[in-house]
Design a protein around this ligand. Structure first.
Ligand code: UN1
Length: 513
């Protein structure tokens, strides 16, 4: 056990076999079928989890329904205090949880720790927010009338999270939901249930010490049937789902069918524009981190580089040099910058996309091989690929969840680069590197980037939690995390109070009875 995994599992309360669901402190569903979880880093068995059934989901929903009327009466700043304590517990377990994220999901330890830091950061954000669930006051058009809006707790919030950010995305949703007075039901990715079990154990101490009822923070380790049950469930007014566009379409349609609220954060096809006035030293670090970080498995991963032809040669040479010495290896090994892909299917998608795009006319410039060294045996490692391509190729238009960076040339002004950047079906993250004010502002203006995130002299990935996170078009339109994303977790109410002695009608309507 060179990486001390057994110690981490012990610290985080992971057993050899773990139950299928939890309503807070209590666990259940141990009798159902077992699923073994292996690490993408070395193929070793980590532990097993029981798979929740729709009946297990029903038990969890009932616990959540019972908890909601209690939890919504706890004053928001006191709900914030619970979140504050959760943030402290996460700090305490940052090292162990970061390591388990790294080992179960495959991202390098630095990124595993960074992910737990995002959880801590959103806790701090949510604590402050718990005293700032503000509405507006308006001036009524009628005399002796007062108008304002207020935000009430919404109810049960379903959280469907993906394997690539297996715990942070839960925290963005669950911590905001908690201070908003909602109770949450978390269905994590089937590929990464153990970190979810670990998180539930970490928050247990806080739930116990504060004597919280069962049902405020729920976990259900189910498959697509459980996701479908949640999406169709009228008792769940908000379903927040992160993952593929295919999954999002199904969830969005089911939630829409019952006129519920869906918060969707789906695929991206993120580009960085490099204009002739880019600071290339700065840009290189952003590009390489964005393209190969998390082995290309972030929804914000840089997938396209739109390069002015006057600097194309220099950029491609510098990238070739950087890619030639990328340390691909075990994610817990110090010095590794590129860990494994999540599983064998992901490796096949990577290889297929490279074959397909070359048939469409692209040139493979570097990487693209599956790594098969004895040292990395059992893991799903690939060499990140650099590909010279054109934006309209069908494979470039699709999101392949792997480290493939497409180099695309433009020759006109920044307007042409922006058109190429926008000419995909996804709209999550985007960036421009330029020291030219006109180019930067054109990129940020209304006819500029059509994405939910648009950065200047910063890459496409690694957003701070303080901003609203999400994107347009096939990315699904939802916003999670910072800014005023909390509003979607609440029920908005407009109130008008008449403290006068007359009953004037709005719009000056005369109606005498
Ligand atoms: C995701 O990949 O689903 O901006 C989330 C980033 C991270 C979150 C990514 N803060 O890259």
């Amino acid at each position: 056990d060179p990486h001390g995994i057994q110690d981490v599992l012990r610290q985080l309360g992971i057993k050899a076999e773990n139950p299928a669901y939890s309503t807070g402190r209590q666990w259940g569903g141990a009798g159902t079928s077992l699923k073994t979880i292996v690490s993408p880093a070395d193929g070793q068995r980590i532990a097993a989890v029981a798979v929740a059934t729709v009946a297990d989901y029903e038990t969890v929903v009932q616990a959540a329904q019972a908890a909601f009327p209690v939890w919504r009466l706890v004053p928001a700043p006191q709900r914030g205090d619970i979140v504050r304590q959760i943030g402290l517990e996460l700090r305490h377990h940052k090292e162990a949880l970061g390591k388990l994220v790294s080992y179960e999901m495959g991202k390098i330890l630095q990124e595993g720790l960074g992910e737990v830091q995002e959880m801590i950061d959103i806790c701090d954000f949510a604590v402050g927010l718990s005293r700032q669930l503000h509405g507006f006051t308006m001036h009524s058009e009628r005399p002796a009338h007062r108008m304002y809006d207020q935000y009430h707790p919404l109810g049960l919030v379903g959280i469907i999270s993906a394997f690539n950010f297996p715990v942070a995305v839960w925290s963005w949703n669950a911590m905001l939901a908690a201070v908003c007075g909602d109770v949450s039901i978390w269905k994590p990715s089937e590929k990464t249930p153990l970190v979810a079990v670990a998180v539930q154990h970490i928050i247990r101490k806080v739930l116990e010490e504060n004597d919280l009822p069962e049902g405020v923070f729920n976990l259900v380790l189910g498959g697509p049937e459980v996701g479908a049950a949640m999406a169709a469930d009228e008792r769940v007014p908000l379903v927040s789902a992160t993952g593929s566009t295919r999954m999002g379409r199904a969830v969005g349609a089911a939630v829409g069918q019952r006129l519920g609220r869906a918060l969707l954060e789906l695929g991206g096809n993120n580009a960085i524009i490099l204009t002739p006035q880019a600071d290339l030293d700065m840009a290189m670090r952003a590009i390489v981190f964005g393209a190969v970080g998390t082995a290309g498995q972030r929804c914000t991963t840089t997938r396209r580089l739109i390069i002015h032809d006057s600097i194309y040669e220099e950029v491609s040479q510098r990238l070739l040099a950087a890619y030639a010495k990328l340390p691909v290896g075990h994610p817990l090994q110090a010095g590794t910058l590129v860990g494994p892909l999540i599983d064998a299917d992901a490796v096949a998608l990577f290889t297929d996309a490279l074959e397909k795009v070359q048939r469409e006319g692209a040139t493979l410039l570097a990487g693209g091989q599956v790594v098969s060294s004895a040292e990395l045996h059992g893991g799903h490692y690939v060499l990140p690929a650099l590909v010279a391509a054109e934006n309209h190729y069908p494979t470039v238009q699709a999101e392949t969840f792997a480290p493939i960076l497409y180099l695309i040339k433009y020759s006109g002004g920044v307007g042409e680069a922006i058109r190429l950047q926008n000419d995909v079906r996804q709209g999550l993250s985007s960036a421009i590197f330029t020291l030219n004010l006109r180019e930067a502002e054109a990129f940020l203006a209304a006819p500029g980037s059509d994405c939910g995130i648009a950065n200047v002299n910063i890459g496409t990935s690694g957003a701070e939690i303080g901003g609203a996170f999400g994107g347009e078009k096939e990315t699904g339109g939802g916003r999670e995390s910072g800014s005023d994303a909390w509003k979607v977790y609440m029920r908005r109410q407009t109130n008008t109070v008449n403290y006068g002695t007359e009953l004037p009608l709005a719009q000056g309507i005369k109606f005498d009875i």
